[in-house]
Write a protein that binds this ligand. Structure first.
Ligand code: ZN
Length: 347
C-alpha cells in the first residue's frame, strides 16, 4: 500500500539542529544524521510530507524537563533580545535548509502552497514560534517575522512571559494553574487575528485558553495536545476545551509524547500504540472527525518506540486501520484536517 502522507502539527527539529555543535546543520538534516526523530530521508521513508516547524528559544541555563520527572521545576526565563537572537538563528537555519534542498523542502505561507508541495512530493514547512518571548509587547518586530514567513505562534510556552502564563508541566493536574493572558497577551491575540497568524493554544494554561477562546475570531487550534480524561497532564485538554475547539471549527493534534499519553503520566518509550488510539477515539467522540489531527512533538519528547522516529509513522497509520478507521478518516487525521483549518485560518 502507498504511504499515507502525514502533515504534522509540531516538531522541534530546528532546536535539535541548532543545539548541535559545529558541522553543517542544514546538510545534516537534508542528508540525514540519523539522530533524534527527524531528518529528510527518514521523513520521506515514513510519509512525513510536511508540518509545523517550531522555533523555541531556550533560556540561558535551560534545564529542559527531565523525561522521568512528571513534575519538573519551572523552566528558566529568557529576555526578549536573547529570545529574538535565538529565534532568528533558528529561522535562518530553516531558510538555509530550504535553500540547500534543491527544491525538496519549502517554507509555505499559504494552504495552496502546502497542497502543491504535497502533490509534488516536496516537504512543506510552516514557520511556527513556540512561546512569544522573542516578540516585544509593542510588536515592533512581529511584522518582520510575518513577512519572512511566520504563520503560526504560541503566545506562551510552559513558562510565564509578558503575554501570559504557560502551563507548567504537572501530573496529575486539576487544571487550576494560575492566571491567563495579560493585556499584552490579549493584544497579541487581536494582532494575530488581524494578520491571520494561527494562534496555538497548546501551551496556554486553562485560564489562558479560555481568555484566548473568548477573544479570538479564528478557529481554536491546539497543535500538540491530548485528552485530559485519559492522561491527566496539565498539557492536555479537558472535555470542555475539546468541545470549544470543535465549536470553533478548530483542530487538535495528537501529541506522541508518552508523558501526555499515559494514564500514569510517565515518560516511557515502551508505551504501546494502543494508548494513542484511545486518545484519538476520545477526541473523535467529543470533537468529531473534522477536528482531530496529528502533532507528533518529534525531536521534542520521548515518544513510543513502536513509532521510533519519522520513518515509523506507517505503524500509527496501520494501528488506525486495525481499529477500523476507514481510509477517508485516516486521511483526515493524517493531513486533511490540518490543510482545511489552515485554509480557513490564513484565508
Ligand atoms: Zn511544545
Amino acid at each position: 500500500m502507498p504511504l499515507v502522507p502525514v502533515f504534522d502539527g509540531h516538531n522541534d527539529v530546528l532546536l535539535r539542529l541548532w543545539l548541535k555543535p559545529g558541522g553543517d546543520a542544514a546538510a545534516d538534516f537534508l542528508n540525514g544524521d540519523g539522530k533524534g526523530h527527524l531528518d529528510l530521508p527518514r521523513m520521506k521513508a515514513g510519509g512525513f510530507a510536511g508540518g509545523f516547524f517550531a522555533i523555541f528559544a531556550p533560556a540561558e541555563s535551560e534545564v529542559l524537563p527531565d523525561d522521568d520527572d512528571v513534575n519538573p521545576p519551572l523552566a528558566g526565563q529568557i529576555s526578549q533580545p536573547n529570545a529574538l537572537r535565538k529565534t532568528l538563528e533558528m529561522a535562518s537555519l530553516l531558510f538555509r535548509i530550504e535553500a540547500a534542498s534543491a527544491g525538496r523542502f519549502k517554507v509555505c505561507r499559504t494552504a495552496a502552497e502546502i497542497r502543491a508541495c504535497l502533490a509534488q512530493g516536496v516537504t512543506a514547512a510552516v514557520f511556527h514560534i513556540e512561546g512569544a518571548e522573542a516578540i516585544d509587547e509593542k510588536f515592533k518586530v512581529l511584522d518582520v517575522l510575518y513577512e519572512s514567513g511566520l504563520r503560526s505562534l504560541g503566545p506562551v510556552w510552559s513558562r510565564p512571559n509578558v503575554f501570559g502564563n504557560g502551563v507548567p508541566f504537572r501530573f496529575p493536574s486539576t487544571g487550576n494553574t494560575g492566571d491567563g493572558l495579560t493585556e499584552a497577551g490579549r493584544d497579541l491575540i487581536r494582532y494575530c487575528n488581524e494578520r491571520r497568524i494561527l494562534i496555538d493554544l497548546s501551551h496556554l494554561n486553562e485560564k489562558g485558553f479560555w481568555d484566548a477562546a473568548k477573544l479570538s475570531t479564528a478557529p481554536l487550534v491546539a497543535t500538540h495536545s491530548n485528552a485530559h480524561a485519559i492522561s491527566a497532564s496539565s498539557r492536555n485538554l479537558n472535555d470542555d476545551q475539546i468541545k470549544a475547539v470543535h465549536d470553533s471549527g478548530g483542530v487538535i493534534g495528537l501529541n506522541f509524547a508518552t508523558g501526555f499519553l499515559r494514564e500514569d503520566g510517565r515518560w516511557r518509550s515502551d508505551t504501546p500504540l494502543d494508548i494513542m488510539l484511545r486518545h484519538l477515539d476520545h477526541l473523535l467522540r467529543i470533537a468529531g472527525e473534522d477536528c482531530v489531527a496529528l502533532g507528533s512533538d518529534f525531536d521534542g519528547a520521548k515518544i513510543p518506540s513502536a513509532i521510533g522516529d519519522a520513518a515509523g509513522l506507517p505503524n500509527l497509520i496501520a494501528a488506525m486501520r486495525e481499529k477500523q478507521y476507514g481510509e477517508a478518516l485516516v486521511a483526515k487525521i493524517a493531513q486533511g484536517n490540518w490543510l482545511n483549518v489552515l485554509e480557513r485560518t490564513w484565508g
